[in-house]
Design a protein around this ligand. Structure first.
Ligand code: ATP
Length: 368
């Protein structure tokens, strides 16, 4: 069974990652939302959002607080009705289907475990309420507990478990129902940083093993980059960019996406064919911008510190601040302020002069 799902998943990996939401017609087995609108009195929570998630993908809705990602997840779960638009799962319109009838399970931020039930019974709850025979309940629950490393905890109660273990019970409880789609609403936000990093990797591994569709909501860009096949970046009730982690990190289209996905130097300037004239100098770009005046972005790690003035795209800069981060040093420089990142073994002192090179392939032309 798991091999079968994995084979479907392999098939589904071939036809996406194009940078825009995959074409609707191709997504008969996955989940799509079409032209969803949702308003709460005077707040427009979702504005004409469409997206398509292929079966077996790890899909993330990433955006700042209040951008509408939880509302969209709740609409997919059936916990909220949209004002307009449709939710399609496996080719069927489920927009008005009650939450309990959808092949969708949700893991919430709070885990919401039943405190008076053992771990085994917490996981078995959904199966028992559907009157699944006892021997099947036992085998399915035990299989999920084992998969998540919880078999020793079966007779314990939630309060006897750590946060990370409780989080895994919540996952086991959702997965035991074998949903077509698993929705995860910031499920790691209650964990400390170290455990969170560990659970992210576990979650990614589990999703690959099961080949099921996972949809995660998070405001944490690092988390989104680690776990996802595809990321939809949301801002102010709209999806502003869609793509693989590498695409959205390395080729942001707007200042918002560039800055939300990590540190970025944003440099304004005027087009000169395939160059840009800026206050820092004139830089060669990989192609010619479509605008006359606009912005290019460069990630700190793409700026190189070079021993001599480079042949092109050089900037002479002065170190203002050097912040030691263990694995690297972050440098804040004038003019700018430009930010770059270097290996930790080299010491830089405030006031030190350095030459920088901004390679054309690191300079991303933004649309706006
Ligand atoms: P967060 O990360 O803070 O949870 P979010 O991106 O998930 O934010 P939503 O919870 O979807 O955002 O909220 C989107 C907007 O809709 C916000 O302005 C919020 O205040 C509003 N909103 C959400 N639910 C309701 C509701 N039940 N009644 C009124 N307004 C709501």
């Amino acid at each position: 069974m798991e091999e079968e799902i994995a084979a479907n998943r392999a098939q589904n990996t071939k036809d996406d990652m194009s940078g825009g939401p995959p074409a609707e017609a191709e997504n008969l087995s996955g989940l799509s939302v079409r032209n969803i609108d949702k308003r709460f009195e005077d707040v427009e929570a979702i504005k004409n959002v469409s997206l398509s998630v292929h079966e077996g993908k790890f899909f993330t809705l990433l955006g700042p607080s209040g951008c509408g990602k939880t509302t969209l997840l709740r609409i997919i779960a059936g916990l909220e009705l949209p004002d307009a638009g449709q939710v399609i799962l496996g080719g069927q319109d489920i927009t008005s289907l009650p939450a309990t009838k959808r092949q969708v399970n949700t893991v919430f931020q709070s885990y919401a475990l039943f405190p008076h039930l053992s771990i085994f019974e917490n996981v078995a709850f959904g199966l028992r309420s559907r009157k699944v025979p006892q021997n099947e309940v036992e085998s399915r629950v035990n299989r999920r507990l084992e998969m998540l490393g919880l078999e020793e905890m079966a007779t314990r109660f939630p309060h006897q478990l750590s946060g990370g273990q409780q989080q895994r019970v919540a996952l086991a409880r959702a997965l035991v129902n074998e949903p077509q789609v698993l929705l995860l609403d910031e499920p790691m936000s209650a964990l400390d940083a170290k455990l969170r990093a560990q659970v992210q990797v576990e979650l990614r591994r589990l999703q690959r093993k099961l080949g099921q569709t996972f949809i995660l909501v998070t405001h944490d860009q690092a988390e989104a980059l680690v776990v996802s096949d595809q990321i939809a970046v949301m801002n102010q009730a709209e999806i502003v960019q869609f793509g693989s982690p590498k695409e959205v990190y390395e080729h942001p289209r707007t200042c918002f996406v560039a800055e939300f996905l990590g540190a970025a130097n944003l440099i304004e300037g005027t087009k000169q064919n395939d160059r840009i004239e800026t206050d820092l100098g004139t830089f060669q770009l990989e192609s010619s911008p479509t605008w006359n005046r606009g912005t290019v972005a460069i990630r700190p790690e793409r700026i190189q510190i070079v021993p001599q003035p480079p042949e092109r795209n050089g900037v002479k800069a002065t170190v203002r601040e050097a912040i030691y981060r263990g694995t690297n040093v972050d440098l804040w420089l004038e003019p700018g302020p430009l930010r770059t990142r270097t290996a930790a073994h080299r010491n830089y002192e405030p006031g030190e002069e350095v030459w920088l090179e901004l390679p054309p392939e690191g300079l991303v032309i933004l649309d706006e």
